[in-house]
Design a binder for this molecule. Structure first.
Ligand code: ADP
Ligand code: F6P
Length: 322
């Protein structure tokens, strides 16, 4: 028989992402509406091990849906990667009466969620990352906001790039994944898109492209470079030396992780937060929530982590054409 859930915990873990607050709010309010008690765990698994745990009421999550970051804080915790740390975390949950947990984070956080499940705490993961690099879902909390933030910033850089007839390399986040770069590449009409999944490090072909475009009369040349490729500043120096065209690098950095979430991030994060509570109530554990082919759904964590995500060939080709 499924374990009866009376009290659930909620935490954010790994890198923060806009929309996490909307998810926390939905977890808290859905749980309360279903007659459960809710506890907020501060600073991810580290806060759990430090017993930084607080009662959450409907009012604890007032006025947060529009805020970036996470009101619970987030952290990275090495101790939770050890079997001893994981058992200690589950024991703390039991001591505090927590029998279900919602963890909002990325792949690493799912491993922690898996460990909690193994140690007897029913746990559900929600995909919280600006990188969109979780294979079981077409949507991750924060991507839409991050890509819109980056797009607006790139529009501004493009203005000045055109006025001065410069080449601009704009570095966007994504250490292992090029989704923000790909989307901005299309949305900002970039001339080149460099992403970890595809870039062949052939700088000469970029240089040839810049020279050819200048001959055709283009006043600017925008290169979107994903963080995973990096080295934007030295790349700018080399391109300037090879082309004779003034070239500047702009690294957008953490501005992409912050800021007020878009309507899409608020909405999807809210539905996912509620969904997590409802599947906990159905007795599910060791699952992650995803959005696939237009529907909210859930997957076993191990199978979700074993799925592979790759850049869609057709979309990448279109990005090159445009
Ligand atoms: P993200 O969740 O964004 O991928 P991390 O990879 O940094 O971020 O993971 C967040 C946290 O999840 C880690 O600091 C750690 O506490 C926990 N975690 C990561 N990997 C494991 C693991 N293999 N086992 C248990 N916990 C893990
Ligand atoms: O997960 C989002 C992300 O911005 C990645 O693109 C990047 O690799 C990582 O976070 C950097 O995070 P931090 O600097 O906080 O370790």
């Amino acid at each position: 028989m499924a374990k009866e859930i009376k009290t659930i915990g909620v935490m954010t873990s790994g890198g923060d992402a806009p929309g996490m607050n909307a998810a926390i709010r939905a977890v808290v309010r859905t749980a309360l509406a279903r007659g459960l008690k809710v506890k907020g765990i501060k600073k991810g698994y580290q806060g759990l091990l430090n017993e930084e745990i607080m009662d959450m009421e409907a009012r604890s999550v007032s006025e947060i849906i529009q805020r970036g970051g996470t009101i619970l804080g987030t952290a990275r915790c090495l101790e939770f990667k050890t079997p001893e740390g994981q058992k200690k975390g589950a024991d703390i949950c039991r001591k505090c009466g927590i029998d279900g947990m919602v963890v909002i984070g990325g792949d690493g956080s799912y491993r922690g969620a898996q460990a909690l499940s193994r140690n007897g705490i029913n746990t559900i993961g929600l995909p919280g990352t600006i990188d969109l690099d979780i294979a079981c879902t077409d949507y991750t909390i924060g991507f839409d906001t991050a890509v819109n933030t980056a797009m607006s910033a790139i529009d501004k850089v493009k203005d000045t790039s055109s006025s001065h007839e410069r080449c601009s390399i704009i570095e966007v986040m994504g250490r292992h994944a090029g989704y923000i770069a790909l989307w901005c590449g299309v949305a900002n009409g970039a001339e080149d898109i460099l992403i970890p999944e595809k870039y062949d490090f052939n700088e000469q072909s970029i240089i040839n492209n810049i020279i050819a475009n200048r001959k055709k009369g283009k006043t600017h040349h925008i290169i979107i470079n994903a963080e995973g490729i990096g080295h934007s500043t030295s790349m700018a120096r080399r391109i300037e030396a090879a082309t004779g065209i003034e070239t500047r690098a702009t690294i957008l950095g953490y501005m992409q992780r912050g800021g007020s979430p878009t309507a899409k991030d608020r909405y999807y994060a809210s539905i996912m937060g509620a969904y997590a509570v409802d599947i906990l109530l159905q007795g599910k554990t060791n699952r992650v929530v995803g959005y696939k082919r237009g529907e909210f759904t859930d997957f076993d964590i191990e199978s979700a982590l074993n799925m592979e995500k790759s850049i869609d060939e057709y979309q990448f080709e279109v990005a090159q054409i445009l």
